[in-house]
Design a protein around this ligand. Structure first.
Ligand code: EUG
Length: 607
């Protein structure tokens, strides 16, 4: 068991990535639980020459380049990645590698980290990278966990940690309900700053609030209020292009009076002519240094939970959801969570419930669920209605009536559940209040890490069944419990299958990769694709969007080569490789070794 230091958790008033003081006790609890389930040492000595060099750069050139960067940015703003790699945990996460390594820890590492303090310094870094042909990899805060964290795709890239020094809420327009943030502003921070203005506005938060508001939006992440689609609710970007040119999108392109920011920048998303913002999301075409975002006027809200006992009613549940979602009776992005999540989000490890290493048998899940507040269920639907009480009650009546058609459906209000039940965390998330609670399912495995498989399906029973079948069958085949959460935006659902694996267990990592690769492949064969993926699977996923002989990828490559002729900005991100790297073996495609690797036995061990 690893020792745990509960005094090292950073506070938000000391560090941009820290936690507000009123969340400290909760954070301590989460950390203590995680470390009680940890057998790996904090770090191991590195067995290669460090820092790891970028491709095609000699140590001599690298050293000269770093010296130059230190002259430009200041000695204290450039840090070599030459120390042991520490995975840490959510609130003390690394910016040197992927904390949730699914391949050897040292595979996805940087050579150094640089900390710009302004857009102008980002420009200087970009120019420097072009001078030395050193790939740079921008992160906002580096909490893209389950999707690669802070790690660069190309080993030895220099990570540009934007958030450490560029972490201001630049504007809050309380009357028009907008804000503008830098990359280092977390949901915790924005929420706090909005509260201070006295305006009654909500910040849409994702499940865990430590991430970057800007980073999450440009990675097209999701939250759970009516403003849950983060990219759709952004308004205006400032972007440093790989050439060093600085661009403002939308109304920001039109200079305000006497050099001021345009007054409509956060009110209207488009400029005259093509709207470029989309190409800066999930891309490597520019570094976003400022982002406008809409805030939601606070409103009345009522969260609820509906449980469904039978596995076989899955399609009927989805069919009931669709018209409710389309007609905005479901006011937000509700979640439909599989029963195993009810067990896991208590923070208790799998071993508390079950001795085996194989996926927990349905009867065992059932035997525990039936003694829990949720009861013996297959799915739990977490929804929220908004508006004044009269409106909410009318909506709830329809919701109860419709879901009531499913045999055994049970409608539950938060006050009917014990105070420690997860529903109270949903109440917060669905009304713009930051949360940490979602960290707790990570305790499921020792040394736990997670990977998200995140396909999109229409909100339709027969389509959702295809993904359900693929996810269930392949989780069994590769030996993982099926943690599925469906985030229902309206016409479509983000299906999040969360693979929780043990970082100390090589076989568990190998199986997690195999499971991902095979799910991506099978989903694509059936016409389904991922909305987002871990950087190791980016090539495979990007190529599933291959209609008309990879027309989309060829279009992306055309843009990439035009904007970044030297290929310095995040090569390989989203599967987009600049000309300098293309076709030289960097792409990781589906024909790799997983296909022939041995499958686990029923008990989860390998042969
Ligand atoms: C979740 C949701 C996501 C995502 C990763 C995780 C939720 C986990 C809808 O997007 O990308 C409970």
């Amino acid at each position: 068991m690893a020792s745990v230091d509960l005094t090292s958790i950073p506070l938000l008033d000391k560090k941009h990535s820290g936690v507000p003081s009123d969340y400290l006790e909760q954070a301590k609890g989460s950390k203590a639980r995680l470390y009680s389930n940890k057998t790996l040492p904090a770090s191991v000595p590195r067995d290669e020459e460090v820092p790891v060099l970028p491709p095609d750069v000699t140590r001599e050139i690298f050293d000269a380049a770093i010296a130059e960067l230190k002259r430009k940015l200041g000695e204290e703003n450039v840090e070599l990645n030459d120390k042991p790699l520490v995975d840490g945990w959510y609130l003390e996460h690394p910016n040197t590698h992927d904390a949730f390594h699914v391949v050897p820890q040292s595979d996805l590492v940087s050579s150094a980290t640089v900390y710009p303090g302004s857009t102008d310094e980002v420009v200087q870094i970009v120019r420097w990278a072009n001078d030395y042909l050193i790939p740079i990899y921008p992160i906002s805060m580096g909490r893209n966990l389950g999707y690669g964290g802070a790690a660069p795709r190309v080993r030895g890239s220099v990570v540009v940690d934007l958030g450490r020094r560029m972490n201001k809420v630049l504007k809050i327009d309380g009357s028009n309900a907008t804000c503008m943030v830098e990359p280092g502003v977390s949901y915790f921070k924005l929420h706090e700053e909005v509260q201070k203005t006295g305006y009654d506005l909500w910040v849409d938060v994702p499940d865990v609030a430590g991430g970057s508001v800007l980073g999450n939006a440009i990675d097209r992440g999701v939250g759970y209020t009516p403003y849950g689609d983060h990219f759709t609710n952004h308004c205006g970007l400032e972007v440093v292009l790989p050439s060093g040119e600085v661009l403002r999108t939308g109304m920001g392109a039109l200079p305000g009076k006497d050099g001021a920011d345009n007054p409509s920048w956060q009110a209207f998303q488009n400029p005259y002519g093509p709207t470029p913002d989309g190409i800066f999301s999930q891309s490597n075409f520019g570094i976003v240094t400022k982002m406008g975002m809409w805030l939601m006027p606070a409103t009345g809200h009522q969260s609820y939970m509906i449980t469904f006992p039978r596995d076989d009613d899955f399609e009927q549940i989805i069919e009931i959801i669709r018209p409710l979602a389309l007609n905005r009776i479901l006011g937000n992005i509700p979640q439909l969570r599989s029963v195993i999540q009810e067990l896991a989000v208590t923070g208790k490890p799998k071993s508390f419930f079950y001795d085996g290493k194989d996926p927990m048998p349905r009867e065992v899940v059932r035997s525990h669920a039936k003694n829990m507040p949720c009861g013996d269920i297959s799915w739990a639907f977490y929804g929220t209605v908004y508006g004044n009480k009269e409106t909410r009650d009318m909506q709830l009546e329809i919701i109860k009536r419709e879901f009531g058609k499913v045999a055994g459906a049970r409608f539950i209000l938060p006050e009917e559940m014990p105070p420690e039940h997860y529903i109270h965390s949903r109440v917060n998330v669905c009304s713009g209040t930051p949360e940490l609670r979602e960290l707790d399912w990570l305790n499921w495995q020792p040394n736990a890490a997670h990977l998200f498989f995140a396909p999109i399906t229409p909100t339709r029973g027969e389509d959702a069944r295809v993904i359900h079948e693929i996810v269930s069958r392949l989780h069994k085949k590769w030996g993982f419990d099926n943690f599925s959460t469906l985030c229902i935006a309206g016409r479509e659902m983000h299906w999040i299958a969360n693979i929780v694996y043990d970082r100390a267990d090589e076989d568990s990592k190998r199986r997690a990769v195999g499971l991902m690769r095979e799910m991506i492949e099978e989903a694509a064969k059936n016409g389904f694709g991922e909305y987002r993926t871990h950087l190791l699977f980016a090539d495979q996923v990007a190529r599933t969007y291959g209609w008309n002989n990879q027309a989309l990828m060829r279009f992306n490559e055309t843009i990439k080569d035009a904007l970044d002729p030297n290929g310095i900005l995040a090569p390989g991100r989203a599967g987009i490789w600049p000309r300098r790297f293309r076709g030289k073996g960097w792409e990781i495609l589906e024909e790799d070794e997983w296909r022939n690797s041995s499958l686990p036995k029923v008990d989860g061990s390998s042969k």
